[in-house]
Ligand binder design. Structure first.
Ligand SMILES: [Ca+2]
Ligand SMILES: [Ca+2]
Ligand SMILES: [Ca+2]
Length: 279
């Protein structure tokens, strides 16, 4: 920590104290911060202090180095007892303040029936209830998050009865865009075709399909399979790179991989991963 003189007008500007990293890159300057220059040094090494005296001032300055305590990684645990089960949860920064927020979905059998509850993370790492958004009738499970409209803020997709609810620009009065699709059980968000727009992968009683972005009103899709044996009850999908650089789609239980053989073209037979429990 570099500390420059008592705070008076002449001492504020001259001498000027600057700190440089071991690689001589500039770190901080009293001119830029104003007042005392206090710098948290997290990596050890030889740092360099440069003092410039622009007008021959004889103002004193002192330099001191002190240790600081490590701030806790986690704040005290925050217990949220709703008194009834939640359908699914998500963690994503939906309001764009660079703090991840907590999202909880409650289905129609819950006292909070068909509601998406948004808890915004505050600067002191606590959570503040910021929205309770009505959804279409839903069981509550299968929430997923990702930026669907490309504005840099996370959005939310939820399986609901006979479709998918998509929330963008999440705020206290947001309402969802509805994508009709009966039998949706689970969703995933990824840029499956690599066109920089996130896509939605859905599985359910219809099989599996990919809705092509940009969202939030997805209208074009590709059906990967109509096979519902494996994923109708607790379908889940993930994505991973095949050797051709295109994302594939995997469903469970068991692991069945539908390879993207060409842009937006999938091997409909799927590939069963041995040992994953499905015949
Ligand atoms: Ca946030
Ligand atoms: Ca967004
Ligand atoms: Ca895409």
């Amino acid at each position: 920590m570099s500390r420059a003189g008592p705070p008076s007008f002449d001492h504020q500007m001259d001498p000027v104290v600057e700190l440089y990293k071991p690689d001589l890159s500039f770190t901080a300057s009293q001119v830029l911060t104003g007042g005392d220059l206090a710098v948290n040094i997290s990596a050890t090494g030889d740092y360099f202090v440069r003092v410039r005296n622009l007008n021959g001032s004889t103002a004193p300055y002192t330099i001191s180095v002190t240790t600081t305590g490590t701030p806790p990684t986690f704040a005290a645990p925050l217990d949220l007892d709703f008194g009834f089960p939640a359908g699914s949860v998500g963690v994503a920064d939906v309001n764009g303040d660079n703090r991840k927020d907590m999202l909880v979905a409650f289905g129609h059998s819950s006292p909070l029936g068909d509601t998406l509850v948004v808890f915004s993370q505050t600067a002191d790492r606590s959570l503040a209830l910021s929205a309770a958004l009505p959804t279409d009738v839903m069981a509550g499970g299968g929430m997923t998050t990702g930026d669907l409209d490309g504005d840099g803020h996370a959005d939310i997709a939820l399986p609901v009865n006979n479709g998918i609810d998509v929330f963008t620009h999440v705020g206290p009065t947001s309402s969802p865009v509805f994508i009709p699709l009966a039998g949706v059980k689970q969703l995933a968000i990824a840029d499956v075709d690599g066109d920089s727009h996130n896509d939605i992968v859905a599985v359910g009683t219809f099989g599996a399909r990919v809705y092509w972005g940009p969202g939030p009103a997805y209208s074009t899709f590709t059906s990967l399979t109509t096979d519902t044996r494996g994923n109708v009850r607790r379908g889940r999908e993930s994505t991973g790179h095949s050797p051709n650089g295109l994302l594939d789609v995997a469903t469970s239980p068991g692991v069945q991989i539908y390879g993207q053989t060409g842009l937006r073209t999938f091997d409909p037979s799927g590939r069963h991963v041995p040992g994953s429990g499905r015949s």
